[in-house]
Design a protein around this ligand. Structure first.
Ligand SMILES: C[S@@+](CC[C@H](N)C(=O)[O-])C[C@H]1O[C@@H](n2cnc3c(N)ncnc32)[C@H](O)[C@@H]1O
Length: 305
């Protein structure tokens, strides 16, 4: 299978269109490339310090990517990302597949020359998902023309981006192509340490599940180190029992899967739901992030009802 473009063209497009729009400080931030082909832009993003994660539906393209890039075979319309071959001890043991069902939360998501492969309804659905999970969106496409690859063109794109959520910050253009960087006003980037501090403080003040953090952290560490101790011999199990949780086996199974998925996907998690910095949904993911050494997370700001 032929790669989509030659390296010289890619280099030129990065220099003229994509590169100038990508925020330069990529440290501790996730760069998600949807329809990444052989991962050329991911390599560039990693040079800026980003952790790059790509999704590509054709295995033939993935096979041509430089070794070590985190690219997964999947369809950007469903975010069902199957990871059957790579990585963790978990999969080597059980042969199970890791499935990423939700949109990963990224600092910046790139959609370069990929939307024209999708129907209008699919484009809308992709953008809707990203508005809960990506702080920046970078879309590159072709100007209007007879060529089918021009959709959505720059004007159409301006209309379909929800203006309450996305504000176009910067643009580049060449004769054939445009690229647009939009900032998302419905999500924020938070430091994991700060979120964690607030989550613990809040649950202490409100008599919430304050005993949860350390036992669950212990559980996560056990999964990371591949400790075979049965779940009912762990402090997390005792915690679940003290809170009178039923279905403890089911819960442990589910959270084990969540941790394994995060490990296998290189620390990728979905956005947390927060209100004024207080975590409403995502305490488990927060602990997982902390234990995996992830420094920043994308949070979705909820409004008070
Ligand atoms: C024209 S190429 C662009 C590649 C790269 N983004 C670039 O700008 O150089 C489009 C890529 O998106 C992939 N693609 C198209 N539809 C997809 C989908 N629904 N899910 C995942 N990948 C898709 C194609 O296989 C192809 O590699």
């Amino acid at each position: 299978m032929k790669v989509y473009q030659n390296p010289i063209q890619h280099e030129k497009r990065w220099d003229q269109l994509v590169g100038p729009l990508v925020p330069k400080d990529g440290k501790d931030r996730l760069f998600l490339d949807l329809g990444c082909n052989a991962g050329f832009y991911m390599v560039k993003a990693e040079e800026l310090g980003y952790r790059a994660f790509g999704v590509e539906r054709e295995q033939g393209f993935i096979d041509q990517a430089p070794k070590g890039l985190n690219i997964t075979k999947g369809d950007i319309n469903t975010y069902r990302v199957y990871k059957s071959e790579r990585g963790s001890t978990f999969r080597r043991k059980t042969g199970e597949r890791i499935v990423l069902n939700e949109t990963p939360a990224a600092y910046i998501t790139l959609l370069a020359n990929v939307l024209y492969h999708q129907t209008d309804a699919q484009v809308e659905s992709i953008l809707r998902h990203l508005m809960y999970s990506s702080a920046y969106l970078l879309i590159m496409g072709r100007h209007k023309g007879s060529n089918v690859t021009s959709r959505p063109d720059r004007d159409h794109l301006g209309r379909i981006l929800d203006r309450k959520v996305w504000k176009i910050e910067n643009e580049t253009s060449t004769k054939k192509f445009y690229a647009v960087l939009a900032k998302n006003y419905s999500v924020e980037e938070w430091s994991v340490a700060e979120l964690y501090r607030q989550a613990v403080t809040y649950s202490i003040e409100n008599g919430g599940h304050r005993d949860f953090f350390e036992p669950f952290a212990d559980f996560v560490r056990r999964v990371i180190t591949d400790d075979d101790k049965p779940d009912d011999k762990t402090v997390y199990w005792q915690y679940l029992r003290s809170r009178k949780f039923r279905y403890r086996h089911g819960l442990c199974f589910w959270y084990r899967h969540m941790v394994e998925e995060a490990i296998a996907n290189g620390g990728i998690l979905t956005a947390l739901d927060c209100l004024d910095g207080r975590v409403l949904d995502g305490h488990h993911r927060l602990v997982i992030a902390k234990e995996l050494g992830i420094k920043r997370l994308i949070v979705r700001q909820r409004q008070e009802k």
